[in-house]
Design a protein around this ligand. Structure first.
Ligand code: NAD
Length: 297
């Protein structure tokens, strides 16, 4: 029987543990605060920001939201960032991507105080992660690691194929999984849009992580017998539903399930973990800035 890895359940356990840590911080007069910054009015981004705010409320993190007009010059966003860097009640914040075309996201990220960079995207934090001394692990890769741990997947010496080389998923995950650490020690192959014979690389893997943003790119024939499949992809495809679309992953779930020993569903797999790990990083940021020790899950 193939195990369906329940991301909602694992995320819920992590949130419970974080709630305890947040109480410890609050008792010490240090309630964690997370800010979200949204430039423009992209509906998907608005939904993500709303979810992050709701998550905060549920676990007792103070949440603040900053809107910046989508047509404003970049300096307006930079000013909002400078304010958040100075605000002692904000321990962490995220600038929701994508930003409008006239703004260079890299210039935005460089302005974020690395101690408050709970996405883990600032070059200083990227460097620390690569050096094996991460301050904040980016939320999605960290969530994937926690899912693998929860499913009891042996990483040491495992062959992992990651499909996707983005700065927010593929690259940081590859770096984390090769670290000399209990949640690393794997041998990692990173595939991307120029990779030749993708199926050969996924088929030989003990663990396949799909993060390509390509609906159902990976089917059962590309999965080795007994492999573990983690599907990061979230893609909207037209469907005969009330909303006119449905969400599918980068993996063709039904055929992949036939071959895999364990697999994450979409939705309900990696998504809830990404959200939980943002709360984790916020609690970690508050603990560091307020100098209060807490147990992190
Ligand atoms: P991205 O577009 O930045 O990167 C996609 C990567 O996949 C690129 O490196 C590209 O080279 C590679 N790729 C694309 N098509 C390919 C193909 N046919 N064969 C091999 N490689 C291919 O995407 P991203 O931001 O890393 O996101 C990837 C997917 O994960 C998206 O569907 C996104 O919505 C989803 N996502 C989900 C979560 C979550 O919490 N569940 C978080 C982040 C991203």
């Amino acid at each position: 029987m193939t195990e369906i890895i329940d991301g909602k359940a694992v995320a819920s356990e992590i949130r419970d543990d974080l709630t305890d840590a947040i109480e410890t911080l609050a008792d010490a007069g240090a309630r964690p605060g997370l800010a979200t910054v949204l430039m423009g009015d992209d509906p998907a981004s608005q939904t993500y920001v709303n979810m992050k705010q709701r998550d905060c409320e549920e676990v007792g993190i103070e949440s603040i939201h900053v809107d910046v007009d989508g047509d404003a010059p970049p300096e307006e966003l930079y000013d909002a960032i400078a304010d958040l860097n100075e605000d002692p009640d904000v321990h962490g914040y995220i600038v929701q991507a994508p930003v409008p075309d006239h703004v260079d996201y890299r210039n935005v990220i460089r302005r974020v105080d690395p101690r408050k960079d709970v996405d883990g995207f600032h070059p200083e934090n990227v460097g620390r992660l690569v050096a094996g001394d991460a301050r904040f692990r980016p939320c999605t890769p960290h969530g994937v690691q926690k899912l693998l741990e929860s499913a009891g997947v042996e990483l040491e010496g495992a062959d992992v194929t990651i499909v996707g080389r983005s700065d927010i998923v593929g690259k940081p995950l590859a770096n984390l999984l090769i670290q000399k650490a209990d949640d690393g020690n794997a041998t990692v192959t990173v595939c991307h849009s120029r990779t030749e014979d993708l199926a050969e690389k996924t088929r030989r893997a003990d663990i396949v992580v799909a993060a390509a943003g390509a609906p159902e790119l990976i089917d059962g024939s590309m999965i080795g017998e007994g492999a573990v499949v983690i599907d990061v992809g979230v893609n909207r495809v037209d469907a005969d539903t009330e909303k006119g679309y449905e969400l599918v992953g980068d993996v063709e779930f039904e055929s992949a399930k036939e071959r895999a020993s364990a697999i994450t569903p979409v939705p309900g797999g990696v998504g809830p973990m990404t959200r939980a790990m943002l709360l984790y990083n916020t609690v970690k940021a508050a603990s560091q800035q307020e100098d209060v020790d807490v147990d992190l899950p």
